[in-house]
Write a protein that binds this ligand. Structure first.
Ligand SMILES: [Zn+2]
Length: 317
């Protein structure tokens, strides 16, 4: 049944989600570096570029983007608001913290992380009225360390109390999706409201089915990142999982950002580039993955299941 959920520009009904990219980013740029160096990144030219990037994505039929930037990975609600207002894209933002061993996380209790997550949910994010539509948490290459475990508990507590769904960043190499589910189970979170992210970086069907059998969604969410896993392999794994009956628990997306300040992306170069200079962008699935899937016999109703029905069901659970 349709449900009202929060987008950055206000409440929307889940039956208005349409084609949804469930794991994307508008902007990820480190706040400390932004504040300390004007040369790190410039907001106004970025917005012009991002608006163009997202407009082109609206033009191919995408109605909604879930912006999964967590608080301490450069989440910028104002950038989401500016882009949403100028393009008509429905953007859903997340609350929650990325996992890094930063000093501010040391010796912090779950209740403290929880308090700030709940402030976003009840009062709005970053001084705006915008509320999050989901909770994002993360486990990275270090696995579930003592600090990360505390953080995961805090996010699970907030999910249990707010009723918001949860999306994660996980790492197949350390099987952290399983460890995350173990913690979520302690809080009796509905697995239909959990999306374990970055599962599409592996083609290990055994690991993926172990996760799927827990009842959660898995994110095959880096289409276009050929270095992590090339398109042919991503498509083969997706089709294998569909053949084995898991289509209703699969989410596809890109994990692309109009700008992310990872070391390989220099702002001075990016600001001069066109959003379509690189193949990897918000339109990769429509341009490259869907044609290949169709060529291999994938049906339109299966595409609709992945891009429309599953995102809707995730937010309606
Ligand atoms: Zn991401």
């Amino acid at each position: 049944m349709a449900k009202v959920i929060q987008s950055v520009t206000g409440p929307i009904s889940t039956d208005q989600l349409g084609v949804t990219l469930m794991h994307e980013h508008i902007l990820q740029a480190n706040w400390t570096m932004r504040q300390c160096y004007a040369e790190w990144f410039q907001y106004e030219p970025f917005i012009e570029r991002a608006v163009e990037d997202v407009k082109r994505t609206v033009d191919i039929g995408v109605r909604t983007m879930v912006e999964q930037s967590p608080v301490c990975l450069g989440r910028d609600i104002h950038a989401m608001l500016d882009v949403a207002r100028r393009t008509g894209m429905q953007i859903i933002a997340a609350t929650g913290f990325f996992y890094t061993e930063n000093q501010w996380t040391f010796n912090r209790k779950a209740e403290s992380f929880y308090k700030f997550i709940m402030l976003d949910i009840t009062k709005g994010m970053q001084g705006t009225d915008s509320k999050p539509g989901l909770i994002k948490c993360a486990t990275d290459v270090a696995g579930i360390t003592p600090v990360n475990e505390i953080m995961l508990h805090a996010h699970a507590m907030a999910a249990a109390d707010s009723g918001l769904p949860v999306a994660t960043h996980s790492c197949y190499a350390n099987r952290s999706g399983i460890g995350q589910m173990d913690i979520f189970d302690k809080y009796r979170l509905n697995p239909k409201k959990i999306l374990i992210g970055h599962c599409g970086d592996t083609n290990d069907i055994g690991y993926l089915e172990e996760l799927l059998s827990r009842g959660c969604y898995i994110g095959l969410d880096r289409f276009g990142d050929d270095e992590k896993n090339p398109l042919e392999k991503r498509v083969d794994t997706l089709m294998k999982l569909c053949e084995r009956g898991w289509i209703e628990q699969l989410i596809i997306s890109h994990d692309y950002a109009s700008f992310v300040d990872l070391g390989q992306y220099d702002w001075d170069v990016m600001k001069e580039s066109d959003p379509d200079d690189a193949k990897y962008n918000y339109r990769y699935i429509h341009r490259y993955a869907l044609p290949l899937l169709r060529q291999k016999g994938f049906l339109e109703e299966q595409i609709d299941q992945l891009l429309v029905k599953n995102p809707q069901a995730f937010f309606e659970a």
